[in-house]
Design a protein around this ligand. Sequence first.
Ligand SMILES: Cc1ncc(COP(=O)(O)O)c(C=O)c1O
Length: 474
Amino acid sequence: MVDTENGLSLGDQREAALTRTARHVLAAWREFDTAREHESAPSAALHRFLASDLPRGGSDVLGVIDQAAEVLDSSLAQSRPRYFAFIGSSGLEVGALADLLAHSYDTNLAVDAGAATELEWQAVKWLAEFIGFPAQTGTFTSGGTISNITALASAREAALPGARERGLAGARPTLYCSTEAHYSITRAAEVLGIGSAHVRGIDIDAQRRMRADVLREHLRRDLADGYTPVAVVATTGTTLTGAVDPIDQLADVAQEFGVWLHVDGAYGVPAAAAVSRAHLFRGLERVDSVTVDCHKWMFVPKACSAVLVRDAASLAKVFAHDEAYMPHAGGHYNAVDITLEYSRPFRALKLWMLFATHGANAVSEAIERNCRQAQTLYEWIQDRPLMESLPSRPQLSIVPLRVVVEGCADPDRHNDELCAAIQRDGRVYVSPATIDGHVWLRPCFTNFRTTSRDVETLLDVAEELGASCASLHR
Ligand SMILES: Cc1ncc(COP(=O)(O)O)c(C=O)c1O
């Protein structure tokens, strides 16, 4: 039982609780090594338990740990090798250990936390070196959305100095990104006072990449009309298809007009470290800021993103402040002077432990493997008569596919229903997406545990269920 002298300590149950937790974690890690054939649905007893009232008294921690493990086992886990939906992650083992350590100490990276602050800076430098971006500064955030907002806040201050104090009255700021940029860019425009109506969605080319010539025209027109361009956002790769905007060409245009160039690489920029994909990221060294979601393709558990910035002063220009409760010892900035957040967990530790344990080469090889899986899937689709792919090869690790059965009256409805049927079936997990008005299955490979056999299973399951679903609405 819980120690009654100190009601919130585990007291003499500590070792047993750690051992029990470790047993569950070990079982989960072993299970994640290979795919399971069906998802485990919550039992009736678990449903009842999850509807129970607030417990006023405590209960045995070992039982509570078992219940927590049962909840997790009955939930979708992105760590499983056949989780192909959205942009998954991997729950990297040393990342999970890092979280346990960091949360136990509950280090707060809002202010100088000693060695943890030094480590955060080292992790920023390692990450910047890994992707090939010469960052002078950077910080860890809770996700791509916050990293994008952070970078674009700096861009806004650079374009409209003093906007943080005066607001945007009288200014006419604009933002530029491809029509397939992530919604977080629109959200950034809204929260930064730019306004979503002033986000210019730039046309894409046949490979779904932002067109630099169209961007140039928009900038020319907007400047002539008295707008102030805040930033161009290049997406590398897009959430829908993994398209990588041409950074080098966009950097030429941004330079020509003196506009901040931000790379939203939340999903794809780690692929800059993969030999076969590096050419797609040419020009990365020229941009002003980069978002990298380490909880996507750097494999560590959520939440861990980073925003990397070229100019050391730019984050402080928008976030530095003086408050009586936040002294600047020795005139140094605190982390709160260069970040959007105040209290910040020690997110950098999991990325640091990834590099320290496995080395950068193993990380780039895992990314390379995911890219190869995407290429292989694309080729396999061409050999399966029921399957369709997009016209161009995957640039990163997203491979939209459709099952089209001859005589099927409504292929979009069919693929929508197929996706739901695949999710119910449970052998693989994939999400749908609408591309040019049509419904596709949109697998994405960002898990180091995924094997080529898992990829083949996706195709087999889609074909098997796709052929039978069709009979519903022929
Ligand atoms: C390109 C891109 N940017 C930003 C985000 C938002 O990232 P987060 O969910 O970590 O806030 C995503 C999420 O999938 C993304 O794909």
